[in-house]
Ligand binder design. Structure first.
Ligand SMILES: [Zn+2]
Length: 182
């Protein structure tokens, strides 16, 4: 089947049912606040651009969240329908490459999506609250390839990543040695 046929298939999926599926999966016993786990939650309208995405407000901690807050589905700017189809294709044991072709996505984006979906819909670790003195590791970000991964690789994408690991190892070593001197 051509990719274009399946893009039409994605268009036929019912957004409301996709969001209902997520709610059922993450909150089988009713909506709970992803921050404080309270079940005293009120509905608070819908997302401005996705009318089926329910927003909520937590009465206990006054936190606001929606159907996708704290799930991997909120990332990568893919509509929920695409994630649902991706899950479906994973169930059929399609490779990342095949899924990418069928959904008309980049292979590396698809790989990120399937890896995250395998780890679970909802991110397991709650957000860490940092207090007191905080030390931030050195971070290097390789800019997005905008559909041209070869160009990034040519400019030393993988080399840069190796360099990042070396720099991080060096930074860690420096801290360790400071500590042992202290
Ligand atoms: Zn709460």
């Amino acid at each position: 089947m051509a990719a274009s046929d399946l893009i039409n298939l994605s268009g036929l999926l019912d957004d409301a049912k996709c969001f209902a599926l997520v709610r059922q999966h993450r909150w089988p016993e009713g909506v709970r606040c992803p921050v404080c786990d309270s079940s005293i939650v009120t509905r608070d309208g819908h997302d401005d651009t996705q009318p089926c995405r329910q927003r909520y407000r937590c009465k206990a901690c006054s936190g606001r969240f929606d159907d996708l807050t704290g799930t991997v589905l909120a990332g990568h700017h893919q509509p929920l329908r695409v994630w649902v189809l991706c899950l479906y294709f994973m169930g059929l044991n399609l490779s990342n490459r095949q899924i990418a072709l069928e959904l008309g996505l980049d292979t590396s984006d698809t790989q990120t999506m399937t890896e995250q979906l395998r780890r679970g819909l909802v991110t397991k670790a709650p957000a860490v609250e940092l207090t007191g003195e905080v030390e931030i590791d050195e971070v290097y970000v390789v800019a997005g390839h905008k559909g041209q991964p070869e160009q990034v690789a040519k400019r030393g994408g993988s080399g840069a990543a190796a360099g990042w690991q070396a720099r991080r190892a060096a930074a860690r070593w420096r801290r360790t040695s400071h500590r042992s001197l202290a």
